[in-house]
Design a binder for this molecule. Structure first.
Ligand code: ATP
Length: 213
C-alpha cells in the first residue's frame, strides 16, 4: 500500500462545550477522492479548516507524508490547496486580478496562463469585469479557476459546487478525478450528489466515523 499523503490520528474537536468529533482517525492515500459526509452541523467544514491549518480548536495528530504537520508546516502549506465554502474573492477586483491575488506567495504564473484558466471555467470575455458585476455562479467559477493552475497534490474543497450549473459540476468532477489520477488526493464536502467511481467516504456525526466505498 502506498504511504498516505495525510493521516489524522485521534482528532478531537470541541465547539461551545460540545464535542463535534473524537477519536477521529483516517488516512488519505494518493490517487483518491474522499467525500466528507454528515448532516448539517456535524463538523465537515470544521474538519476541513482544521486540516487546512485554519482552526486551532482541536487535539490529536496530523501527519503529512508520515511526518508531523506541526514540524513541517511550510512544506504542508505549499502542498495543500484549500477552497472554502465562500468563494473568497474580492468584489472590486476583476477575475484576472483575483486569480493573481490567489496565486500570490505561490509559484509565478503568467497572465496568459491565468486568463486561460479563467476561460477554462467558462469566464472568457469576463476576465476584466469587476467581480461584483458577475453572477453568483460566475464568482464561484473565479475561485474554481484556481484548480486549473494548481500544482498542489492535496486539495481540500468545501462546498465548491454551490451555485454551479450541471455542466460546471461535471467539469469539476473531471478535475477531481484528474488530480487523483495524477497521484494527488482530494477531500471534498458537498450536498450535491457526486458520482465518482471509487470515491471514498468519511462519515461524520451520529457518534463516529467510517470510511466506506
Ligand atoms: N466559529 C465557531 N464558533 C463556535 N461554534 C462553531 C463555529 N463554527 C462552527 N461552529 C459549530 O460547529 C458545528 C459544526 O459546524 P460546521 O460548519 O463544521 O458543520 P458542517 O457539517 O460543515 O455543516 P453544514 O452541512 O451545515 O455546512 C456547528 O454546530 C456550529 O454551530
Amino acid at each position: 500500500m502506498p504511504e498516505p499523503l495525510l493521516q489524522a490520528v485521534n482528532l478531537q474537536c470541541e465547539r461551545d462545550k460540545r464535542i463535534l468529533f473524537r477519536e477521529l482517525s483516517f488516512s488519505i492515500l494518493p490517487g483518491t477522492v474522499t467525500r466528507v459526509e454528515g448532516p448539517n452541523g456535524s463538523g465537515k467544514t470544521t474538519l476541513l479548516r482544521i486540516l487546512a491549518g485554519l482552526n486551532d480548536a482541536w487535539t490529536g495528530d496530523l501527519r503529512w507524508c508520515g511526518a508531523p504537520v506541526a514540524n513541517h508546516r511550510e512544506e504542508f502549506l505549499r502542498n495543500m490547496l484549500y477552497l472554502g465554502h465562500r468563494p473568497g474573492i474580492k468584489p472590486l477586483l476583476t477575475p484576472l486580478e483575483n486569480l493573481r491575488a490567489l496565486m500570490a506567495g505561490r509559484r509565478p504564473v503568467s497572465d496568459s496562463a491565468l486568463s486561460q484558466a479563467l476561460q477554462g471555467t467558462g469566464l472568457a470575455g469576463y476576465e476584466n469585469v469587476p467581480c461584483r458585476n458577475l453572477s453568483a455562479g460566475q464568482q464561484r467559477r473565479v475561485a474554481l479557476a484556481r484548480l486549473l493552475i494548481a500544482d498542489e497534490p492535496l486539495w481540500l474543497l468545501d462546498e465548491v459546487f454551490t451555485a454551479i450549473d450541471s455542466d460546471g459540476v461535471a467539469a469539476i468532477e473531471g478535475l477531481l478525478q484528474q488530480r487523483a489520477a495524477e497521484g494527488g488526493a482530494v477531500l471534498v464536502t458537498t450536498h450535491h450528489e457526486l458520482a465518482l467511481p471509487g470515491m471514498h467516504r468519511l462519515l461524520l456525526g451520529k457518534g463516529g466515523m467510517t470510511d466506506e466505498r
